[in-house]
Design a protein around this ligand. Structure first.
Ligand SMILES: Nc1nc2c(ncn2[C@@H]2O[C@H](COP(=O)(O)OP(=O)(O)O)[C@@H](O)[C@H]2O)c(=O)[nH]1
Ligand SMILES: [Mg+2]
Length: 212
C-alpha cells in the first residue's frame, strides 16, 4: 500500500519537559545511537527535508518534535530523541540514554515517580503510543543497543526494532542481521533505508497502527 499524502513540520527543539507538546495528541518516539540515520529516515518517511542530518556524530542534544499530519487523518508527533553512544559521564547508569531522554520518558509515562512505582497503569489514554529503536544494520547486537532495548521493554510501551541503512548490506549480510537480532533482541528488525526507500511503507503502516 503506498504511503498516503501527508504533511510534516518541525515544531520545536525541547530542552526540558515543559517544552513538549501539551495538546494530548499521540506521540511516537524515535531512539537510537548517534549517526544511526534517524533524521535521514524521518525526512524520507515524510518526503520533506524537515529534519537536519549530520555526518558529525553526537550533535543533537535536544528532543526535536515534528508534527505529522497524514492525509485525511489526525496529526501525531514524531519525537526525535537525542542519540546515545557518544555521550560520557553517567550514561551507562541510565541504560545509555541521556538525562533529557530519561526526563522525556519520566514525563510521558510517569516512570519512577508515580504510576510504575506503585504498579498502577496511567489513568488516561497515554500520549506516548510507541518507541522505535533504530539500530545500524551493519552493527547488530551492540551492547548499548541491547541495553537500550531492554530498558524500553521494561517501560511497558510498545516498541519496535528497526535496522537502518539496509542498502549497505548484501543478501547474506541481511540474513545474518535477522539471525543476530533474533538472538540479541528476541525479534527480527523492520529493515529500512532512507537512501532507497526500503521498508518505509511498512514503517508508515506500523506508525499509523500505533497512533490511529
Ligand atoms: N547508505 C545510507 N546512509 C544513510 C542512511 N540514512 C542515513 N545515512 C547517513 O548516515 C549519516 C547520519 O545520518 P543522520 O540522519 O544525521 O543520523 P542521526 O544522527 O541518527 O540523525 C549521514 O551521513 C547520512 O547520510 C541510509 O538509509 N543509507
Ligand atoms: Mg539526527
Amino acid at each position: 500500500m503506498p504511503r498516503p499524502r501527508l504533511s510534516a513540520e518541525f515544531v520545536t527543539s525541547a530542552v526540558k519537559p515543559a517544552d513538549l507538546p501539551r495538546d494530548g495528541r499521540p506521540e511516537i518516539a524515535l531512539a537510537g545511537r548517534s549517526n544511526v540515520g534517524k533524521s535521514s529516515l524521518l525526512n524520507a518517511l515524510v518526503r520533506t527535508a524537515v529534519a537536519r542530518t549530520s555526518s558529525t556524530p553526537g550533535k543533537t542534544r535536544q528532543v526535536n518534535v515534528y508534527r505529522v499530519t497524514p492525509g485525511g487523518g489526525f496529526p501525531f508527533y514524531l519525537i526525535d530523541l537525542p542519540g546515545y553512544g557518544h555521550t560520557s559521564g553517567g550514561a551507562k547508569a541510565r541504560a545509555e540514554f541521556d538525562g533529557l531522554t530519561s526526563l522525556y520518558f519520566e514525563h510521558r509515562i510517569g516512570l519512577g515517580s508515580h504510576s510504575l512505582e506503585h504498579g498502577h497503569p496511567p489513568a488516561t489514554d497515554p500520549v506516548l503510543r510507541g518507541v522505535v529503536l533504530a539500530i545500524d544494520a551493519r552493527h547488530p547486537g551492540l551492547a548499548s543497543d541491547v541495553r537500550a532495548w531492554h530498558w524500553l521493554a521494561s517501560l511497558g510501551v510498545p516498541h519496535l526494532l528497526m535496522a537502518t541503512k539496509i542498502d549497505k548490506l548484501s543478501q547474506a549480510e541481511r540474513a545474518r542481521l535477522a539471525t543476530t537480532c533474533r538472538q540479541e533482541f528476541g525479534q527480527a528488525p523492520l529493515v529500512v533505508s532512507a537512501l532507497d526507500g526500503t521498508g518505509l511503507d511498512e514503517l508508515w503502516q506500523q506508525l499509523r497502527g500505533l497512533t490511529g
